[in-house]
Design a protein around this ligand. Structure first.
Ligand code: SPV
Ligand code: MG
Length: 303
C-alpha cells in the first residue's frame, strides 16, 4: 500500500535549504539576505522577492521584548526560525550569536537549527553572554583557538548540511585590519564556509580594505552603519553577500508606533484604515486559500 502522505505545501520540508544558501553565498552575483524575525516578516520578505533570509538576533530579541544580550534563549531562537522557514520556504542564515556557550552549546544549537529548518548559522567570536555590536564599547573577543574549536565542533556535527559563517568582531572591538585577517585565516582553517566581517563605522573603508586583502572564502557584510555606500562598491570589491540586518523590525516599530499614536489621538480607526494592510493581504501572506481547499478535501461534505 502506498504510505505517502501528501502534506500541504506549507509544512513540506524545505528542499535542501543549505545547498540553496551555499549557492547564494558562493555565487558570482551579489546576494542579499533580508532580515526577518517571525513568520509574518519572513513571508513578506519572500513575497517581495528576496531569495534568502537573515534571522537576526537583534530583531528576534526585540520582537520578543528582549535585549540583544542573549536574554532570549537558544530555544526561543529555534522556535522563531521554524516559523520563519515554514512561512517563507526560503533558506535562512541564522544569527547564532556567539553560540550560547562553549563548543558543545554551539554544536547543539547548530544541530537543532538543522532539524528545525535553518540553512546556515553565523557564529561571532565573542563570549557568552554577548552584547549587540552597536551598544557600548565593551566587546571582549574570544580567544582564537577556543572560538575555532566552536566552529570545528559545528562543522563536525552538521557538515555540509548547514552553512557555517564565522563572524569577526575585531573591528568592532577596536582592533585593526591585521587582527581581522589573522582571525579570518584561523576560522577558514577551522571549517567556516564564509566570513562575516563586521564594522560600525559610517564609512565602508575598513570593510573594503578587508575584502581587498582577503580572498580565501566568500565575504558577508552588514552595512547597517555604512548604509550610504552604494552596493556597486561591494560588487567591485568581490564581496559575496549583503545582509539588510534589521530593517523589517525597524519598519514594524515605526509603523506600529505611528498607528498607535493616531488611534489614541483620534479615538477612531477610520483615519488609519487606508494606511494599514488589508486583512485580505494578511490572509494572502499566510495562504488561507490553501486551508480553504484542504477543507474541501478533508472535511465531510455537508448535505
Ligand atoms: C543582528 O542582526 O542581530 C546582528 C547584526 O547580529 S548587528 O545588529 O549589526 O550586530
Ligand atoms: Mg546579532
Amino acid at each position: 500500500m502506498d504510505q505517502t502522505i501528501n502534506l500541504p505545501k506549507s509544512i513540506d520540508p524545505i528542499e535542501d535549504a543549505s545547498k540553496a544558501l551555499h549557492d547564494l553565498i558562493s555565487s558570482a552575483n551579489l546576494t542579499y539576505l533580508m532580515e526577518a524575525h517571525d513568520g509574518l516578516s519572513a513571508a513578506i520578505a519572500m513575497q517581495a522577492g528576496f531569495k534568502g533570509l537573515w534571522a537576526s538576533g537583534l530583531s528576534i530579541s526585540a520582537s520578543l521584548g528582549y535585549r540583544d544580550a542573549n536574554e532570549a534563549s537558544w530555544t526561543h531562537v529555534i522556535d522563531v526560525v521554524e516559523r520563519m522557514a515554514d512561512a517563507s520556504r526560503l533558506p535562512i542564515l541564522v544569527d547564532g550569536d556567539s553560540g550560547f556557550g562553549n563548543f558543545n552549546n554551539a554544536r547543539l544549537l547548530a544541530m537543532k537549527l538543522l532539524q528545525r529548518g535553518g540553512a546556515g548559522v553565523c557564529l561571532e567570536d565573542k563570549g557568552f553572554p554577548k552584547m549587540n555590536s552597536f551598544v557600548g564599547n565593551r566587546h571582549p573577543l574570544a580567544d582564537i583557538d577556543e572560538f575555532s574549536g566552536r566552529l570545528s565542533a559545528v562543522k563536525d556535527s552538521t557538515g555540509n548540511d548547514l552553512v557555517l559563517v564565522a563572524r569577526i568582531e575585531a573591528l568592532i572591538a577596536g582592533y585593526g585590519l591585521d587582527e581581522a585577517l589573522h582571525r579570518a585565516d584561523a576560522y577558514a582553517d577551522a571549517g567556516a564556509d564564509a566570513i562575516l566581517i563586521h564594522s560600525r563605522k559610517a564609512e565602508a573603508d575598513e570593510i573594503l580594505a578587508f575584502a581587498k586583502a582577503w580572498k580565501r572564502l566568500p565575504i558577508v557584510i552588514v552595512p547597517t552603519k555604512y548604509y550610504r555606500t552604494p552596493v556597486s562598491a561591494y560588487r567591485e570589491a568581490g564581496i559575496s553577500t549583503v545582509i539588510w540586518a534589521n530593517h523589517a523590525m525597524r519598519a514594524a516599530v515605526a509603523g506600529m508606533r505611528a498607528v498607535c499614536s493616531r488611534i489614541i489621538a483620534e479615538e477612531s480607526i477610520a483615519g488609519i484604515e487606508p494606511e494599514v494592510a488589508t486583512l485580505d493581504e494578511v490572509f494572502g501572506l499566510l495562504r488561507y486559500d490553501e486551508l480553504a481547499s484542504a477543507e474541501n478535501r478533508y472535511l465531510p461534505k455537508r448535505a
